[in-house]
Design a protein around this ligand. Sequence first.
Ligand code: HT7
Ligand code: ZN
Length: 883
Amino acid sequence: PKPIFLKDYRAPDYLFDKVNLTFELGEDYTTVTSSILVRPSHSGGSPPLILDGAEPKDLELVNVKVNGKALQTGDFERSQKKLTIVSPPAEAYTLEIETKIQPQNNTALEGLYKTSGNFCTQCEAEGFRRITFYQDRPDVMARYTVRIEGDAARYPVLLSNGNLAEQGDLEGGRHYAVWEDPFVKPCYLFALVAGQLTHTEDKFVTMSGKEVTLRIYVQEHNKDKTAYAMRSLQAAMKWDEDTFGREYDLDLFNIVAVDDFNMGAMENKSLNIFNSRLVLATPETATDGDYTSIEGVVGHEYFHNWTGNRVTCRDWFQLSLKEGLTVYRDQEFTSDMTSRAVTRIGDVQRLRMAQFPEDAGPMAHPVRPQSYIKMDNFYTLTVYEKGAEVVRMYETLLGKAGFRKGMDLYFERHDGQAVTCDDFLAAMRDANGADLGTFPLWYQQAGTPRLSITTHYDEAAKTFTLTTKQEVPPSAGQPVKQPMLLPVTVGLLGPDGADLPLSSVNGRPLAGPDGAAPTSTVLRVDQAEQTFTFDNIPARPVPSLLRNFSAPVRLTSDVTDEQLIFLLAHDSDPFNRWEAAQTLARKLMLDLVGKAQKGDTLQLAPAFVAALKDVLTDAALDKAFIARAISLPSQSELADMMAVADPDAIHAVHKFVTRTIAAELRAELQHAVDSNRTRDAYSPDTASKARRALKNTALGYLASLNEADITDMALADFRSSTNMTDQLAALAALAVNPGEARDTALAEFYEQWKGDGLVMNKWLGIQAASSLPGNVAHVRSLLEHPAFDMKNPNKVYALVGGFASAAVNFHARDGSGYEFLAEQVLKLDKINAQVASRMVSAFTRWRRYDDDRQSKAKAQLERIVRTEGLSENVYEIVSKSLE
Ligand code: HT7
Ligand code: ZN
């Protein structure tokens, strides 16, 4: 397979002004007729028109006409994945193409496919070419009219983008609907849904007084599970008006929930299609985490209406233009709806746990990648989460008001266009007259910058100096990198823990919005080495560095353990309070890992336990914050920080530290459980979620002690809980230790929930991710369980993905975990290449392990890459991993 390069981008020779699509839905096949008004984009010659398509087995060409006249052999060429109109007219013309497809056999879940008997589409990134031949690229934007015809009994609901223009009955029990979308769009935003669905309806009155009808379509048995998604949608519409002045632009907004979906959701114009796990929620079946995800993802897809749909990407290399920006927007939405500090902590945790490793592995790529084989492989944490951090850095550099000015100019300049990340940067820069220096490098250089900061206090001069050094590590194809502009937010704490006023840095006076000296300032770190000296610092301060995680870097500093404990107790920046505990925990645990590897006895620093106790018992703190602050860094985060990752030693240390904390803070943890249990009816409000988060974190600690009274308590909680958050937390606590209670709880949970596919995914996930020795055999047996289905992505993510996320068993010394994953990847690849490539990605970090594990993982990667008929998706990940 050949890569596609950003540097080869060329504007299309032909534009499509208007597209009429007709779908005749059938059981054996579906006929698609497209009629496109084609216009040459420039004068001078009429080069061949090359259209993208799928292989003949997935897309049958019936006929092609130009201006109503059928083309003869020789006038067009159909190759494996293209249709070429050899000599098209030099003036505007109508191109008509008829194709036949078999959605019922489409297990790849891209293009038009069937899920639970209903038709549905997924066209991003390049799925439209499985429906008909087209210039399948985002810079070809057209107005669409869509006519859908189908059996009225089987498919009573017929939906597409835009407004319903017409509907009626046809002969033979069939009916039709015609949808018109007044906005131009690329084909990746096209959508069609047809089937037996019911809907709930509400409305939203926009800031200009327009009434918008909101509908959520689900299967009949899920009708009572849409209330939270509907509320989230209304909140998102209001938030986008209040925060960015963006109003919804049609009279109807539809969401459809489907069970079989490769990703989370899709922002098709006015017809969002969602994985059902991100729509359906009742207190009994969805956890607090699910509720938070639903609100965030409903918001995310809605926000795409402006950042993605009204202004879209010129090409797929610019994906972060819409995704990084929209993730930033959904993070801000969640912050405003819930707790800003806790949201930021969660977002940074995810970045560190998953994006940092990606940025240090063989698939490392810039936020704007420079090449790809399969675009689906670039819907990555780097493009999404690091991309959001890049957007956040504009906000940090320009201030909230400056960022809003930049957004306004971006929409003013580019509404209705397909643009690039450079256009976004230019809008931010021009709206503020800003000097963004080396900031564009964030779009070009892969890898997480390493920032080290050393400090010096000059008692006599009353100055405090920070010396910064930054380095961007080499990555595939980028051996040498330049320093980038990093906004580093800093505060200095005085001896009483209060922020010191910062009157000047490097001789430049500082002033906050009110003219007074601020207590935080943003340093522009853009050289390999720099110094920043603060004047008028009366006593040696404790520095609070990189407040709110103001740049996505790996920070090291000379801040001592005692200073970290001080920051944990006093920092006015809540993110850095949490970060202080994490930094300390990471240091202590990595040190213990070294000891465990040598077989030394392990001891946990009493000062650390005491600091955690202070947090745990501080009644003034937000309970959700406490839950986060007492949680240990994840095992994958620790592995990522080691020269040679040792999953067994990390697991042993994690277990040891957890148990030691549980034993030493037993009374406080028990109190946290008892005092936060409630008989109140479930509510997903922030305070109630915080209470449950603290209770369940404390329960997790206590369960690690594996004592009979705690097991009895967890089992009683499991049986008496009235919501899924508490029930699943109790099940997870019981599942940590092998034995009767574990088996009983898993069996009871299965009996209670076997009729609910989404809940069963949680049951599969808990078992799959277990660290109990030899779990691979159990996971293998679950492949045959009725609760599992290889064709359903959610189930694969729960069982196969869950297994690969649990380091001890996936990296089992005997190689059984690697063998298991390779087998599943090869099976899956025949069914759904996108899902297979997500699963095979667990192998990408194989070089981080010891020689023995490396050779076993490599053998499996070689086995995969040698396999005949491997998809491009899996090939790209595996071949890059082996490079
Ligand atoms: N923009 C959407 C991306 C998406 C997708 C991409 C590839 C394959 C399947 C997919 N389903 C949805 C989702 C989003 O970021 O909003
Ligand atoms: Zn998105």
